[in-house]
Design a protein. Structure first.
Ligand SMILES: [Ca+2]
Length: 108
């Protein structure tokens, strides 16, 4: 799968944005948020840059979650291997229910 920008949005405090995507069993997927279209990291946890990612399978089971891609990057990133083919769901929110300014999500 070629990298592509999947979605963009913003999240007021407590808001959850959920998107569906299709996966193939035994295939690895990397999901990551960034602050802009150039995929720059979230250098600060302040100023509404602290996103959080959760991935759920078709049955609503939590597959993986991440808060910060690294100690210096408040954007969220995770990689998982799909256990079965079918619809999965990715949820983007602000960490701990905080508000988030514009974010960009990629599924690679
Ligand atoms: Ca975060």
């Amino acid at each position: 799968m070629s990298p592509y920008r999947y979605a963009t949005g913003s999240a007021p405090a407590g808001d959850l944005d959920v998107f569906s995507f299709e996966v193939t069993a035994a295939t690895s997927y990397t999901l990551a948020t960034a602050v802009d279209v150039n995929r720059n990291p979230c250098h600060t946890l302040l100023h509404g840059r602290n996103t959080y990612l959760r991935v759920y399978d078709a049955n609503g089971g939590l597959v993986d979650e991440n808060d910060n891609a690294s100690p210096n990057n408040g954007c969220a990133a995770l990689t998982f291997v799909a256990a079965s083919s079918g619809t999965h769901y990715v949820e983007v929110s602000g960490a701990a229910g905080s508000a988030v300014n514009i974010w960009y999500l990629w599924i690679d």
